[in-house]
Design a protein around this ligand. Structure first.
Ligand code: GLC
Length: 420
């Protein structure tokens, strides 16, 4: 099962890095501001990632208890972070470094799984036709010019580049393609799986890296489903079949470094999102956008360090854990790992938390962060409810007694041992 390590890991780091990192105003800046090739060239000419430190990045991921990392080898702008023989629009030309090589080596050293992101879209390639997502969509003359662009040639380039990535860097664990948009937009045709030669491309992936996971953004089904900046509300099931899924999430709404965007999510929100994903059998791929010099912004370092500290004490409620077949109380969500059930308390109740259906199922309760024992009780349904003890709960409800003060951790977790 190529998904097995992935379902275990639950938590990964997404890294968006490219020329847009120097522009520092969203990775879609070329599109948003409709920048021409000459204007964008300035970011290539000044590309200088002197602080891009793949080892530090890998260590940071490891310290945050993440099991894998996914790096943008090429984003929509077309700039390649590896030594491609098919273009000179690469980091090797710009600064003399194969950043994919540095990254892959650093991950392996830390024992992390290797993920590569590759954009199907390419705003730099001369044969890539202008469409509704393209920076040149405002220019009607591009409609005529499209007639001279040859998507067959682009497809060949695309397959050639994927072949380079899958043959030159050892074993790759995960390939994140991005993305397909068959719908027409503003009078421009979209691009669908045929434009990418999706079936052949997937076959190429299977041939070159049989154990590698491929996501679902080629426009044909892959090995997993990838909701973006969005949390589902239940495990994802398609035609009755449970899906492997991963929600990719940003810290501030932008994937690429965006200096003036301060829409920063707090560490406690991010930890809740992570627990929420795992409770629905999903993964979370949390993004960072290193800055123009390749360094992580201090605000992102801080958030990751806080999450890492929480993970240090709560790792087993996340890594190797998944959905539990019990209805959670209104205060939070459950995850389960073998015979341990974890209650992640999103809100802090007064004195007690009541767990429907768990009477007789759980034999021991404690806080996970400090291992401190928690009293459990079951209300006798025969007895008249009185107003001083847990009352009015349905038969079969287990009550866990809690201190008045919420423990000082990002997200308190109760570990329950299940009767074996
Ligand atoms: C979207 C965006 C892109 C980002 C990706 C991450 O497809 O176009 O900028 O890299 O999502 O999932």
């Amino acid at each position: 099962m190529r998904q097995q390590w992935f379902g275990e890991a639950r938590f990964g780091l997404f890294v968006h890095f490219g020329l847009y990192s120097g522009a520092a105003r969203h990775e879609w800046v070329q599109n948003y501001e409709r920048l021409g090739a000459e204007e964008y060239q300035a970011y290539f000419d000044h590309f200088d990632p002197d602080l891009f430190d793949a080892r530090a990045l890998a260590r940071r991921a490891k310290d945050t208890s993440m099991g894998y990392v996914v790096l943008t080898t090429k984003h929509h702008e077309g700039f390649c972070l590896w030594e491609s023989a098919l273009t000179d629009y690469t980091s090797v030309e710009a600064c003399g470094r194969d950043l994919v090589r540095e990254y892959v080596d650093a991950l392996r050293e830390e024992g992390l799984r290797v993920g590569l992101y590759y954009s199907l879209i390419d705003w730099h390639h001369p044969d890539f036709t202008v469409d509704g997502n393209h920076p040149r969509r405002g220019d009607d003359a591009e409609r005529e010019r499209n007639a001279h662009r040859d998507m067959d040639r682009y497809r060949e380039y695309l397959h050639g580049q994927v072949r380079e990535l899958l043959t030159g860097y050892g074993e790759i664990d995960y390939l994140f393609f991005d993305f397909t948009y068959p719908e027409e937009q503003g009078g421009w045709a979209g691009k669908g799986p045929e434009d990418w030669g999706a079936e052949e491309l997937l076959a190429l992936c299977r041939e070159l890296q049989p154990g590698m996971l491929v996501n679902d953004r080629l426009g044909i089904p892959g090995d997993l489903v990838t909701p973006e900046q969005y949390q589902p509300t239940a495990p994802i099931v398609k035609d009755g079949v449970p899906q492997v899924w991963e929600a990719c999430q940003t810290i501030n709404g932008s994937w690429g470094y965006h200096r003036d965007n301060h829409d920063q999510k707090s560490a406690d929100l991010l930890v809740r999102m992570l627990a929420d994903s795992v409770s629905m059998d999903g993964n979370m791929l949390l993004n960072v956008g290193p800055d123009g010099r390749g360094a992580l912004a201090p605000r992102d370092e801080t958030v990751l360090a806080e999450i890492g500290e929480w993970m240090r004490r709560h790792r087993r409620a996340i890594v190797g854990a998944g959905h539990a077949p019990f209805v959670p109380p209104r205060e939070g969500v459950y995850t389960r790992r073998g015979a341990r059930l974890y209650l992640h308390l999103f809100t802090w109740p007064l004195g007690f938390v009541h767990l429907p259906g768990l009477a007789g199922e759980a034999t021991y309760a404690r806080f996970l962060h400090d291992g401190s024992w928690l009293r459990m009780s079951v209300t006798d349904p025969e007895q008249q409810a009185d107003y001083l003890t847990p009352a009015g709960e349905a038969p079969g409800t287990l009550t866990v007694h809690l201190p008045v003060r919420r423990p000082d951790v990002l997200l308190p977790v109760i570990e329950l041992t299940l009767r074996s």
